[in-house]
Design a protein around this ligand. Structure first.
Ligand code: GYE
Length: 329
């Protein structure tokens, strides 16, 4: 009983908060009409692509959550191209889906298509990545991680790890240029290590969140920078690519060159357990259940918080060894 009451109280609090934060700006998110039967709902999901282990896990989780809920999910893979994503969203508008969810490949350039969705009365939910639109009425909610915080956590680990060093030469492998996680992870990290002069970023280049990209960039950087102390990769996959390049250059990843990454997907966690990566900041791809909840709440005429932040942790080698057997992705 007690539990029930506290759940109810939390619910009321949540609705209250949502009301305050959203002000009058959020669109009438399906709340005006009668709720549809859940089985009649259709949601269009415009995914970024399949660039990383994180993305594959995210796709699987979203598809499974909608299948479990008995809600039809139309799915498209934009192959990391904004034009494809815009096309997919336009096609969902044309098909008259009830809701559109998407993970924007880059932050800018969405206002036109989001205005079209708004004009058609289709609420849009941002999952995983943000857009930089000034007009927050163009989407109902942004569900995903705090990427600045993730960058800070990577930076805080680096400061501690290199506490006794006099100088630290850093190479940064950036995510997709213009993507929210690439921009914010760079910002958070720089904010922390930037306070200490001994950290010098000798190179910072995009590997587009892929393993092949990480490998290629790292190969080139190793040639022009012989004394790299630390690689900060914006995701595990690029870190895994960098490991291959470091080994090919006859160096020992995790020892000769330390590596810190973001995501904590299985392959990354295995490399951490093996001592090839030194620290991972978690970014959870398991957004499916929360996305389904948002859709159901809106369908019932409720309101949702405009920003829902995913809870995440960090992993050392020991923690990775412990977590690996039960890791879902
Ligand atoms: O970290 C990376 C993926 O947007 C949080 O995209 C996501 C990022 C994730 O390609 O692996």
């Amino acid at each position: 009983m007690k539990k029930l009451i506290s759940i109810a109280a939390a619910g009321i609090l949540l609705l209250g908060l949502a009301g305050c934060a959203a002000g009058g700006d959020t669109p009438a998110a399906g709340g005006s009409s009668e709720p549809k039967a859940v089985g009649d709902l259709v949601v269009g999901f415009a995914q970024v692509g399949a660039e990383s282990g994180w993305r594959t896990a995210n796709t699987k989780d979203v598809q499974a959550a909608f299948a479990d809920a008995g809600i039809e999910l139309k799915f498209s893979d934009a192959q990391q191209k904004q034009e494809n994503q815009i096309k997919a969203i336009r096609s969902y508008i044309q098909q008259g889906v009830d809701y559109i969810a998407f993970s924007p490949v880059v932050e800018t350039g969405w206002d036109a298509v989001l205005n079209e969705a708004k004009a058609a009365g289709i609420p849009v939910i941002l999952t995983d990545r943000a857009v930089d639109s000034k007009d927050t009425s163009l989407y109902v909610s942004f569900l995903g991680s705090d990427f600045i915080e993730e960058g800070k956590k990577a930076g805080e680990w680096a400061v501690e790890e290199f506490a006794d060093a006099d100088s630290v030469k850093v190479v940064q492998l950036e995510g997709t240029t213009g993507a929210a996680p690439a921009i914010d992870r760079a910002e958070g990290f720089a904010e922390v290590v930037g306070k200490d002069d001994k950290f010098e970023t000798v190179a910072s280049q995009t590997g587009d969140f892929t393993r092949a990209g990480g490998l290629q960039v790292m190969e080139a950087l190793l040639k022009s920078n012989p004394d790299i102390d630390l690689v900060y990769a914006h995701n595990d996959d690029m870190g895994l690519g960098a490991i291959e390049a470091i080994e090919a250059a006859g160096l020992v990843p995790g020892v000769d060159i330390k590596i810190v990454t973001v995501d904590a997907v299985k392959d990354g966690m295995q490399a951490l357990a093996d001592g090839k990566i030194n620290f991972i900041v978690e970014c959870s791809p398991l957004l499916g259940a929360q996305l389904v909840d948002i859709v159901k709440t809106l369908n019932d005429g409720g309101t949702v918080e405009p920003r829902i932040v995913t809870e995440e942790t960090t992993f050392t080698k020991e923690q990775a060894i412990e977590a690996l057997p039960d890791r879902q992705y």
